[in-house]
Design a protein around this ligand. Structure first.
Ligand code: HGY
Ligand code: MN
Ligand code: MN
Length: 410
């Protein structure tokens, strides 16, 4: 199925390196939190690059950016592709960004060839996929899909109290398009695997058949501040040690539901934060993931039970609540087959697999036939400034994306 349309590897790579400057960190990564000044820089870059490629750019009321190329049959729904441009606090150059810039490269290749598809094509930058500054992750594809409430998301605040709506206004990307107004014929997302399987197997393409489910929790622990020197150990109501017990309980539960189950307590604050005051309070943010929805439910039940026990034995209160659940998803067989056919036609070693990481495609899948393409990343490392991928693999992924999109768009 490989068309004679060949992406320009060097041009793709140079866009990846150029945009890595927006939020570049000293260690070679990117800090580009959603709706930050750095996010604005890359959005502005993306908008002008898209318009220079002849695309019409529209922004919806929650900041999702849609860049559309006309097809020969304008009444057909667009075939869409893309990903996200925001990053983790200490993120890498490829997570999300590859999917957007490979989409731009696909458009540029079609322009060079003067090739027009039947369906219009729409390249998408989804707002706030990471959920690092404003929870949850995959937020604005979730609102687009009608699975997250837009007003509630706009009212959300970051740890400094800045509101999502205010920040969206500030960077000038609170657009006029109604969220969810447009629907696609299909959506394909290219992404680095963010895990070790493809690299270890020396395979170039992951034909992604689905994704595991996620649970996110927020929690507060309340004990009592007291003097580190004078308070006998049995009398302490130490919120830090209760926090440690909660974190180890999350690890226990994940392992008990292994090997697929995973659990992380990734963010915490202890109060008041003085070496010689026993911490009287702590807040934490945690998550579980599992490919099976019932197992996720059991993991949540077990966590609540463990928190009750920890609270009683340590004489603290623990308030823990689930703030987000995304069920496991299965991608559309026809789109998955189109990705597999493109990998085969390009003679690329591939495997079918499910995604351990969450992606905007997980939400878009509830609105139209959807699939994903993975390429390897170095040692499977991601959400890390050392995240890296090779030009060869990125270009192979972009080629499979182009061929898949052309197949779906006619
Ligand atoms: O958390 C995730 O899986 C995604 O990288 N935001
Ligand atoms: Mn991502
Ligand atoms: Mn990510």
């Amino acid at each position: 199925m490989s068309t004679n349309l060949k992406i320009n590897s060097q041009r793709l790579w140079s866009t990846l390196m150029e945009t890595a400057a927006f939020g570049a960190t000293a260690k070679g990564g990117i800090r580009r939190l959603a709706l930050s000044d750095e996010d604005k820089m890359v959005r502005d870059w993306f908008k002008s690059a898209a318009e220079a490629a002849g695309l019409t750019v529209s922004v919806d009321a929650i900041g999702n950016m849609f860049a559309t190329r006309p097809g020969t049959e304008p009444d057909l729904p667009a075939v869409a592709f893309g990903s996200h441009l925001d990053t983790q606090p200490a993120g890498g150059k490829f997570d999300g960004i590859l999917g957007v810039l490979a989409g731009l490269e696909a458009i540029r290749t079609l322009d060079d060839a003067g090739y027009q598809t039947r369906h219009p094509l729409t390249l998408v930058n989804w707002t706030n996929e990471e959920g690092a500054r404003f929870a949850p992750a995959m937020m604005c594809s979730g609102v687009y899909a009608g699975e997250l409430d837009g007003a509630a998301m706009l009212a959300g605040v970051d740890r400094d109290g800045a509101s999502f709506a205010g920040e969206l206004e500030r960077i000038g990307y609170r657009g006029g398009e109604t969220v969810g107004a447009r629907r696609f014929a299909a959506f394909v997302e290219l992404h680095i695997e963010q895990g070790p399987l493809l690299e270890a197997a020396q395979e170039t393409i992951g034909v992604v058949a689905g994704g595991q489910g996620l649970l996110w929790f927020d929690g507060e622990i309340t004990g009592r501040d007291s003097h580190a020197g004078t308070t006998p150990m049995p009398m302490r109501r130490d919120a830090m040690n209760a926090l440690a017990a909660v974190s180890l309980a999350i690890e226990d539960i994940a392992k008990a539901h292994g090997p697929a189950g995973v659990g992380t307590l990734g963010e915490a604050h202890i109060i008041p934060g003085s070496r010689n005051t026993i911490p009287g309070a702590a807040t934490f943010k945690a998550e579980f993931r599992h490919p099976d929805g019932d197992a996720l439910t059991t993991m949540e039940t077990e966590l609540l039970a463990r928190c009750r026990t920890i609270a009683e034995t340590r004489n603290v209160t623990i308030d823990v609540r689930r703030i987000w659940r995304k069920d496991p998803i299965v991608f559309d067989p026809a789109v998955v087959d189109a990705v597999e056919a493109a990998a085969k036609a390009n003679g690329l070693p591939y495997r079918r697999m499910i995604s351990g990481a969450g992606h905007d495609a997980f939400y878009v899948a509830s609105t139209c036939p959807t699939g994903m393409i993975f390429v390897p990343c170095w040692e499977g490392i991601s959400h890390n400034e050392e995240e890296s991928a090779t030009e060869t693999d990125c270009s192979a992924g972009a080629q499979v994306l182009l061929d898949t999109v052309v197949k779906l768009a006619g």
